[in-house]
Design a protein around this ligand. Structure first.
Ligand code: ADP
Ligand code: MG
Length: 246
């Protein structure tokens, strides 16, 4: 069976900088793959090629077998690629429920291309999504007053409203306290497994990476230097060298 995401031999240069130099990656449904590497390794450039923000110089991106290489971000999103941002993207004055209703509405428009006022989106479906992320009890609160970790959960519900096959998460736990990090990653793993969603994330916190990823792909200066299960990657001599800075 083909993986949810299959990116093959991606390359991208900026002027003389070969930012991504031959990256191949696969993420299966229900799996969490961490993309790690030092600053400048090419992680963001990879993400941007996967969500349509950047067109690869060469290489191919397939989602559920379909070629999405070079498609515009909006089309890629329509194909089922969701993402969460380092900076949260909710409307602070609207309630948690309204934010998720908006997301559901925009998903429905993706499917049927109908205009429909927010008030007509069924709150039951939005509440069900909030249940999935453990935020139903705070549905009536404005997003602007939420704790940071709770906002991240709402963001996850918003991403899920698009019914994604693949979720791209750029440093999902940045700015969180350690206990919140564990909770968010456990939630993400559960959602991925239950919903058959492939998750690709970047992360600086090595406890998060080694504790929650099913597999890890390590980049250094645009090139993959190791890939595999956390224990194998942790033991890899080149990874240790890169992370020890020698
Ligand atoms: P990471 O996310 O792993 O820190 P990036 O993908 O952001 O790495 O960057 C990889 C390399 O590409 C770096 O050398 C960076 O300076 C360069 N780079 C990234 N984006 C651009 C751009 N838009 N223009 C020029 N150089 C870029
Ligand atoms: Mg980056």
């Amino acid at each position: 069976m083909s993986a949810t995401l299959e990116a093959t031999d991606l390359h991208k240069s900026f002027g003389g900088v070969h930012a991504v130099a031959g990256v191949t990656l696969r993420v299966a449904a229900g799996e969490l793959l961490a993309l790690i590497g030092p600053n400048g390794a090419g992680k963001s450039t990879c993400f941007n090629m996967l969500n349509g923000q950047l067109r690869p110089d060469c290489g191919e991106v397939r989602l559920r077998g379909e070629d999405i290489t070079g498609m515009a971000p909006r089309r890629v999103w329509r194909m089922g690629v969701g993402r969460t941002f380092q900076i949260t993207a909710t409307f602070g004055s609207m309630t948690v429920l309204e934010n998720v209703q908006m997301a559901l509405l925009s998903h429905r428009r993706r499917l049927f291309d109908l205009w429909n006022p927010v008030g007509r989106e069924d709150p039951a479906r939005a509440l069900a999504l909030l249940e999935r992320v453990g935020m139903a009890a705070q549905a009536a609160r404005p997003c602007g007053v939420l704790a940071y970790g709770d906002l991240k959960r709402v963001e996850l519900a918003i991403a899920l409203a698009n019914d994604p096959a693949l979720l791209l998460m750029d440093e999902p736990t940045a700015g969180m306290a350690p206990a919140e990090r564990v909770a968010l990653m456990e939630l993400t793993a559960r959602i991925a497994r239950d919903g058959g969603i492939a998750v690709l994330f970047t992360e600086h916190d090595m406890d998060v990476v080694f504790g929650h990823a099913d597999r890890i792909l390590v980049l250094d200066r645009g090139r993959p230097i190791a890939e595999g299960a956390p224990e194998a990657v942790r033991a890899d001599a080149r990874v240790r060298e890169v992370y020890l800075g020698t």
